[in-house]
Design a protein. Sequence first.
Length: 187
Amino acid sequence: MIRCAAVPPTRKPLVVQVPATVADEINDAARRTQRSVAFIVRRALAAAPAAQLVPTGDRAPFPIVTDEDDPADTLPKIKAAAGSRSLDDAVAAAWTATRARFQAWIAREEDAGAAEQADDLDTGLREAASPSTAVGRLVELSCSDYPKVRALVACHPAAPAQVLETLSGDREPYVRDAVENRRLKGS
């Protein structure tokens, strides 16, 4: 069976107490930029090392989670960036001070990502439909994020049986239908 890349486990997070709105905004920034919460927090602390906290309501636990792209010393560097302030106050203040810059960066990242995705989708569709696409590339395309690409792989005459078996259990019904239609046609 063909397996697509798995996500490795993360390290134990550092937990701080910040206002819920700050936690939500940082989590949103991390999700939208496909970076770790630790990456966002570390950059905010670096951009606003002396920011002063403006009280913004009740605080809740907020885990600062790392991922496999973060250096091993990320959490200790985050702790050190707080200086003499509490880490809770430093994170909340730094985010409040840098929020607008992060939002501008996120907008640029999303614009670039949309253009890149269009290119990736076009390339994937073209390669999955081409009779000259190598078997190895078809295997890669069978793990595409785009269901239309996976459906074209299912229809490709050179798609290996192992790929077809994997695609027969795809989460998208029309990818599974493409495999079934191919079997019914006997190709």
